[in-house]
Write a protein of this length. Structure first.
Length: 580
């Protein structure tokens, strides 16, 4: 039927647009549908794909293909997530919203699997996703060199304006966080490498352009400063090199080797350009970069409004030197608090360092202090800072304290004390090991169904014994997150799904039946990057990475379905589009 074929073609084209937009999900503006659901540009494309697909099925009066190898574990896993959400002791509506979000991604993957019946359609969708990764990479490079119009436009993709490791900026391009950008680039790079290796245009301009796209992805991945993203991508590229040598796929092997060497060279170059990042290789967080020991006087008396110098001895107990100059110099300052502990003035006078202070070094400063205009008892909370980066207290270092008595005629008679500027509550950075211990504690508390999908971030403080924490964070491991959120049942079913998916995706690599083998290798490499990087990060919440995962899973399953072992002479090959 021509109408059904036309609907399927439209669905495939819309799916290609969604695949290319997986890293370009703009958060603002978006269309609010319910109190907890907003339709973004990517969400709209996913919904349009599903609509066209379902309409084609309805008009054609047929059932969709079912990937039988993973259908049962996927259905049981989704059921377990639903049960966990329904029985969540708290934040039940958020848990149910997350299940809906995940079900949308799974339905999208099913649609792609049914639509991409032939190798040409699978390659088209894979190339669309690789192209999306290149667009993300180019935006990341523009961000890194501070192209102002691009930087302003990228603000609509994030909840936070910028990211850094200490004073070294991290690139996140059009993704909500640098680690998410690293994951998406790690998923698309294997396919970009395969695309560059398999193009046969003459003159070889196309291969050069595609190679440059892969190089841009490598460079931007390094600039995210995601240690796991860089390491996992390197392992995947080496695995692709080994597989290509095994099957004598010379072009794929050379492209994989070139990308791996480029990744290593770019990483080494960044460590040379930013020596402080060498500390990041060993430190889980940058908290140990901001440690100090303060030796101020225990008390001080001043007339109202007077500025004076106070001798304060500082010792650098951190892992990095304090720099007296540069774009982000270190300095000593203070926060002025009232006797009841409330903040009176958060931004005290700065006292610059006379010279760099190495780790273990000490310096005595004549710190400048300005007394309030109103008499009373105050507390000077001494706090070192790196300008425009962080206060040491934000990294968990306790301040030094001096009691300040302000006595005498008020310097501003009849003038009320100025209101303290609002200060965002902060908590010291938390390492992965601590997050994983908290996840295990949650799992022991609710071993079967967990605390509810996507609930770890909402109840983290209750288990960590803190009143301030980042409710946008996760367990920094997909597997610990599932264990805490969905218990043993959900984690076991997800493990079953993952094993079945990887087994099926790797099965097709045993046969060189047609020119699609390099693409099957690239898809398997992308899935391997997902499961390996997820050991130390979590990526199912963002719609872009959620959609990317189910896209790759669907294409890998569809490609493996078409990959058949050689047939004995005289026997017909099974239909490549047969259901698994």
């Amino acid at each position: 039927m021509a109408g059904v074929a036309r609907l399927r073609q439209v669905a495939v084209l819309v799916a290609c647009l969604a695949a290319a937009s997986s890293g370009l999900d703009r958060l603002d503006p978006s269309l609010p549908l319910t109190a907890d659901l907003r339709l973004t540009n990517l969400g709209l494309l996913v919904m349009l794909t599903l609509g066209c697909w379902l309409l084609a099925l309805l008009v054609g009066r047929r059932w969709p293909r079912v990937p039988r190898a993973v259908a049962v574990p996927a259905a049981l896993w989704l059921l377990a997530l639903t049960l966990s959400a329904v029985h969540a002791p708290t934040y039940q509506s958020q848990a149910l919203a997350f299940v809906r979000h995940l079900a949308l991604g799974l339905a999208w993957g099913w649609a792609v699997y049914d639509l991409a019946r032939y190798a040409g359609q699978q390659v088209l969708l894979a190339r669309a996703f690789a192209l999306g990764g290149t667009l993300v990479a180019l935006l990341g490079l523009a961000e890194a060199v501070h192209v102002e119009p691009v930087g302003a436009w990228l603000a609509g993709f994030r909840y936070q304006a910028s990211f850094s490791v200490g004073d070294v900026p991290r690139v996140s391009a059009s993704l909500a966080h640098p680690n998410i950008a690293a994951m998406l680039l790690g998923l698309s790079l294997p396919l970009q490498v395969v695309w560059a290796a398999t193009t046969t245009t003459r003159p070889p301009l196309g291969r050069l352009v595609l190679g440059a796209c892969a190089a841009a992805q490598v460079a931007t991945l390094v600039l995210t400063i995601s240690r796991a993203g860089i390491a996992v991508t390197g392992l995947v590229l080496l695995g692709m090199l080994a597989a290509a040598r095994w099957q004598r796929q010379v072009a794929v092997g050379r492209a994989s080797l070139a990308a791996a060497v480029g990744l290593l060279g770019a990483s080494a170059g960044l460590l040379v350009a930013e020596p402080v990042l060498r500390l990041h290789l060993a430190d889980e967080t940058a908290a140990d970069w901001y440690r100090a020991d303060y030796r101020p006087p225990p008390s001080l008396s001043l007339p109202p409004g007077q500025t004076t110098s106070v001798a304060v001895q500082l010792t650098n107990t951190s892992a990095r030197p304090w720099l007296a100059g540069g774009a982000h110099p270190f300095a000593l300052s203070y926060h002025l608090a009232r006797a009841d502990g409330s903040t009176f003035d958060y931004e005290g006078l700065r006292t610059p360092l006379p010279a760099d202070v190495p780790p273990g070094g000490s310096v005595e400063l004549q710190a400048q202090v300005a007394a309030p205009a109103v008499p009373g008892t105050y507390v000077l909370e001494w706090d070192e800072l790196e300008e425009s980066v962080t206060w040491f207290t934000w990294a968990g270092t306790p301040p030094g304290r001096t009691t300040l008595q302000v006595a005498g005629p008020s310097a501003g008679a009849g003038v009320a004390p100025p209101p303290a500027p609002p200060v965002a509550a902060t908590s010291p950075p938390v390492g992965r090991l601590q997050q994983w211990r908290i996840a295990l504690r949650m799992a022991r508390n609710s071993p079967i169904l967990g605390v509810g999908p996507d609930t770890f971030r909402w109840v983290y403080g209750d288990f960590a014994g803190t009143s301030v924490w980042d409710t946008g964070g996760h367990a920094n491991s997909l597997y610990f997150e599932w264990l805490a959120d969905t218990g043993l049942l959900g984690t076991a079913l997800f493990g079953w799904l993952a094993v079945q998916l990887l087994r099926r995706a790797s099965r097709g690599l045993r046969w060189l039946d047609d020119g699609s083998w390099p693409w099957r290798l690239g898809l398997l490499g992308s899935l391997a990057a997902w499961f390996l990087h997820s050991l130390v990060d979590y990526f199912y919440e963002p719609l872009g990475t959620n959609v990317a995962f189910w896209l790759l899973a669907a294409l890998a399953l569809a490609a493996a379905t078409g990959a058949q072992p050689p047939q004995p002479s005289g026997r017909a090959s099974p239909c490549a589009s047969a259901s698994m």
